[in-house]
Design a protein around this ligand. Structure first.
Ligand SMILES: NC(=O)c1ccc[n+]([C@@H]2O[C@H](COP(=O)([O-])OP(=O)(O)OC[C@H]3O[C@@H](n4cnc5c(N)ncnc54)[C@H](O)[C@@H]3O)[C@@H](O)[C@H]2O)c1
Length: 410
């Protein structure tokens, strides 16, 4: 009853406040202004709760058929925030292949490359601006949101205020919209949500969580808020704690596990890598396509699952083990490590994270299983980066991802 009333009131407000919010508004100011306006206008305008009813249940993802069935009356419309990051563009591509280009609205605060713009709708969306997000949700009749906008561990540690705004306030805006407009919301968490007192090996879903990084604190906050919104308001909140993600085509965004991507670019281009982590730092990792598939399987599961938040794992390795695997293909590759007396600031972050995850609940509840182990992943990464380098040499263009400034700056 309360929810129906609130929904009608806020939806009415959304219609009244179609003008862009002034740039000086904070998201919370904007939100309160909307709510205040709603109170005074709710008698004049209302829309029925059915106008905001969820769409027919979507078909569950099936990796073999890519869920291209036509049996469904309407595909869900999905908004992806932070879609130009390391993980977003691959996910957008996969969702568009399932639901049609027009049903997946990509968004970010940066300019998208031409090819990306041509592949489907792309809009500017600053997650700190509630009014802007609500307008997109309403205008595009969004059903599901994949919330990828965030500042990652190393960047967040150096920009605390911005990390709190983007990671907490931005997420809160999206969660509130999920409540008001009955959206399914998928927002990943991270191994960084654990902390130094968490058991390090085979870390389970439920355990001690006392993160000591800004990134980890913001992500744990979000896990708890998502669970609270599901419990109190019935919001279909879904999250997985991703490990470090490896990809050859998209550069990492400034995380502590970025070394595991940088190492390949340096190995192929220069034959040597100066690792910023110590050689024995074991961390959980995953290849990008596994991450995308796991995310889609989780996102599209037809009913809410027993848990809001799941560990998602594939492999765990140390820099020394990764280097050894690379040397099987590039025998002359060498690697050096920091002087233990002068560790990089990311060493302390990595030391506070688990070495391996127990993801048996994800395997049990939505059938998660990785495809890429260390050997297969290393071969694929090297093949792809060698192909990029060849393409550069022939000057036939394409994106050539040497280590990016973002990765180096992290
Ligand atoms: N990549 C990993 O290894 C990894 C591991 C664990 C969890 N995750 C999580 O997965 C999600 C996606 O990660 P990613 O690696 O693609 O991150 P990324 O840093 O590569 O991309 C994040 C995107 O968010 C955008 N963004 C920043 N501020 C914004 C704002 N105010 N409004 C809208 N967009 C904004 C950035 O422009 C960027 O494109 C994040 O939530 C991250 O915490 C990633």
């Amino acid at each position: 009853m309360f929810r129906t009333t609130t929904t009608s009131v806020l939806a009415s407000t959304a219609r009244l406040l179609r003008q862009p919010l002034v740039s000086t508004s904070t998201p919370f100011q904007a939100r309160f202004r909307n709510a205040a306006a709603a109170t005074s206008t709710s008698r004049l305008f209302s829309i029925s709760a059915s106008a905001l009813s969820p769409p027919p249940p979507p078909q569950h993802y099936n990796s073999t058929s890519a869920a291209k069935s036509t049996t469904q009356t309407r595909h869900p419309r999905v908004l992806v925030t932070g879609s130009l990051g390391q993980l977003g563009s691959g996910l957008v591509k996969e969702l568009r292949s399932m639901y049609g280009n027009e049903n997946v609205v990509a968004s970010d605060i940066r300019k998208a490359p031409e090819e990306f713009m041509a592949s489907g709708p792309f809009v500017y969306a600053d997650v700190m601006n509630y009014g802007m997000l609500e307008r997109i949700v309403v205008d595009w009749r969004i059903d599901w949101v994949v919330h990828y906008s965030a500042l990652l561990s190393a960047v967040a540690e150096k920009n605390m205020a911005l990390a709190l705004s983007v990671n907490i306030a931005g997420f809160q805006n999206m969660l509130e919209l999920a409540k008001v407009h009955r959206l399914r919301i998928y927002s990943p968490s991270t191994i960084g949500a654990f902390g130094p007192s968490t058991p390090k090996d085979n870390t389970p879903d439920l355990t001690i969580m006392r993160p000591n990084t800004i990134y980890g604190i913001t992500k744990l906050h979000n896990e708890l808020m998502g669970e609270y919104y599901r419990e109190k308001f019935g919001v279909d909140f879904r999250s997985a704690r991703y490990p470090g993600i490896l990809s050859a085509d998209t550069p990492p965004g400034g995380g502590t596990t970025d070394y595991a991507v940088d190492i390949f670019h340096h190995a192929v281009r220069h034959g040597h890598y100066d690792c910023f982590l110590s050689k024995d730092t074991r961390l959980p990792m995953m290849y990008l396509s596994d991450c995308i598939r796991g995310t889609v399987e989780h996102l599209t599961y037809p009913t809410p699952l027993p848990q809001c938040v799941y560990n998602l794992a594939a492999v765990s390795f140390t820099p020394a083990e990764l280097a050894k695997e690379i040397q099987k293909h590039l025998p002359h590759f060498t690697i050096s490590y920091p002087d233990p007396a002068h560790p990089d600031f990311r060493q302390a972050i990595a030391d506070s994270w688990p070495a391996s995850l127990d993801d048996s609940m994800a395997r049990r509840d939505f059938g998660w299983k990785e495809e890429y182990g260390l050997e297969k992943m290393v071969k694929l990464m090297l093949d792809k980066i060698q192909a990029q380098v060849e393409a550069e040499k022939k000057n036939i263009g394409g994106s050539t991802n040497g280590p990016t400034s973002a990765a180096i700056a992290a």
